[in-house]
Design a protein around this ligand. Structure first.
Ligand code: FAD
Length: 458
């Protein structure tokens, strides 16, 4: 009996899809690099169904690619020829919010925004947020150990995990949905699965710590003249605002390109660096620490101008420039890099990158912005429409040049998007042979038949 027939026999009809039109939609994540339909799509609605499906696939040596919200940017959820895809979309929902333990127990297929909303309604915040919040799922953010826009306050996804449930390749359900912070009872298996991109197990449920909502969200966009000022402003903001969540710096090219192409006018005189900061502050008796912090920064000469958002709409306008919404239209097929390095090196790296890529690839636009507080730099490289050579002809050479620079600076080739297939060729730039061998040993111990997301990460 074929594996698809065995799955059809063991699972309810709605848990297995073989309709080619539906399989078409399971080809690629948001990187747009997937072009192969899976042979079937599993859509389980319970942990038992996931366990049954994996047991059968393992017995048949059938490769399975886990799929969350498909917002990944590393090709990690893309099927290869012959793979079966396993979508978590039907195993969704918040199971419990415990206001005393300040935790949320949530199913892996839940869309992040829905989980955030449930937390807010209970007076809490789920301490993970990213631009793809409307599509990425809880299982996906754990599997990629997503970062996002509040890492300087809240940490990465793994830092907010209290408990985790995973189904292993042979169908074993490994469940520890504890809510406690302190649990030193041997190996911490939560962290073994966070960031493994579906190669060690299928994440089914998680317990997240929640954060109490204490005040109001304030957002400002500041203009600065030098990178030294950016670093000093970060230290000043951190010391003044315990609730500082985002400190996002845009280099001049990024800010100017997105301001102009997006038709948004913020600073008439384009600054060398624009910094978007966001913090949750307590407004005590008409006074707000946020405004005082900005005034003091101005008096110290760290910032030369600041726009304070007076509404959520205005804050969104600031974010749209930082998120580079105009870039994808202005620079079709642009390459987007996500790397990290010590904060003190980021400006030198951005400058070297612009010089090196500019010399090797004339007319290239190199736009940089970063979650500066956590050393994460995003660099986009692209050409304006109408330039004779398309970017796809030069992508490999640009990537090679770029990652070589990252290696020279001792940086990480992936700060938050993961490895998937797209960064696999460069994994050795950031990980030693000994580390890679240890990863392979863990993989073969947990998935000896190599059925879970083969070809990804390692
Ligand atoms: C507009 C935009 C903004 C973004 N911003 C950020 C950002 O700020 N920070 C950041 O870190 N990322 C960001 N991303 C990337 C992406 O959103 C994250 O990587 C996200 O965590 C992926 O979640 P997903 O559910 O979409 O996973 P998918 O794309 O479906 O899958 C990602 C990987 O996880 C595996 N996987 C998915 N679900 C499971 C599961 N239940 N069990 C085991 N493995 C699983 C897949 O096999 C794949 O390897 C952004 C993407 C977009 C499009």
């Amino acid at each position: 009996m074929s594996v698809v027939d065995a799955l059809a026999e063991a699972l309810p009809a709605d848990a297995l899809i073989t309709d080619p039109a539906i399989l078409e939609g399971a080809q690629s994540d948001a990187s747009g690099t997937g072009a192969v339909r899976p042979v079937a799509l599993l859509r389980p609605s319970s942990v038992e169904q996931i366990s049954t499906a994996l047991k059968l696939c393992n017995a048949h040596g059938q490769a399975v690619v886990p799929q969350g919200g498909m917002s990944g940017l590393a090709g990690g959820a893309n099927p290869r020829a012959g793979d079966i895809a396993l979508s978590m979309a039907r195993f969704a929902g918040v199971e419990e919010i415990d206001p005393v333990a300040e935790t949320m127990t949530v199913r892996a297929g839940t869309v992040l925004q829905a989980a955030q909303q449930a937390a807010r309604e209970a007076g809490f915040a789920l301490p993970v947020d990213l631009g793809a919040r409307g599509s990425c799922q809880i299982g996906g953010i754990i599997a990629t150990n997503a970062g996002g826009v509040s890492v300087i306050r809240d940490g990465m996804t793994r830092d907010n995990l209290r408990g985790l449930e995973v189904v292993l390749a042979d169908g074993t359900v490994l469940s520890n949905l504890g809510k406690v912070t302190k649990n030193n009872t041997g190996y911490d298996l939560r962290h073994l699965f966070a960031g493994t991109e579906g190669t060690l197990g299928i994440i089914t449920r998680a317990v997240f710590r929640l954060r109490r909502l204490v005040g109001q969200q304030r957002t400002a966009l500041c203009a600065l003249d030098t990178y030294e000022d950016v670093i000093a402003f970060l230290a000043h903001a951190r010391a003044s605002l315990p609730g500082l969540a985002a400190f996002e710096a845009m280099w001049r090219d990024h800010f100017a390109f997105n301001q102009e192409k997006g038709g948004i006018s913020l600073f008439a005189d384009c600054p060398a660096y624009a910094v978007l900061i966001e913090a949750e502050t307590k407004a005590a008796a008409g006074e707000d620490g946020f405004d005082r912090m900005l005034e003091a920064a101005w008096e110290k000469g760290l910032i030369r101008d600041a726009l304070v958002a007076q509404s959520e709409t205005e804050a969104r306008r600031f974010w749209s420039v930082r998120e580079g919404e105009a870039m994808s239209q202005g620079l079709p097929g642009l390459l987007s890099f996500d790397v990290s390095m010590p904060i003190g090196d980021m400006d030198a790296f951005a400058t070297r990158c612009k010089e090196t890529l500019g010399q090797a690839f004339p007319a290239v636009h190199v736009l940089a912005f970063g979650h500066i507080g956590d050393g994460n730099l995003h660099v986009c490289a692209g050409f304006e429409d109408g330039i004779a050579d398309s970017i796809s002809d030069r992508a490999e050479a640009i990537e090679e040049t770029f990652y070589d620079l990252v290696r020279q600076f001792g940086g990480s080739i992936s700060a938050e998007h993961g490895i998937g297939t797209l960064k696999r060729p460069w994994l050795g730039y950031s990980r030693s042979e000994a580390e890679l061998a240890t990863m392979r040993a863990i993989k073969s111990a947990l998935d000896p038949n190599g059925i879970l997301n083969p070809g990804k990460v390692l």
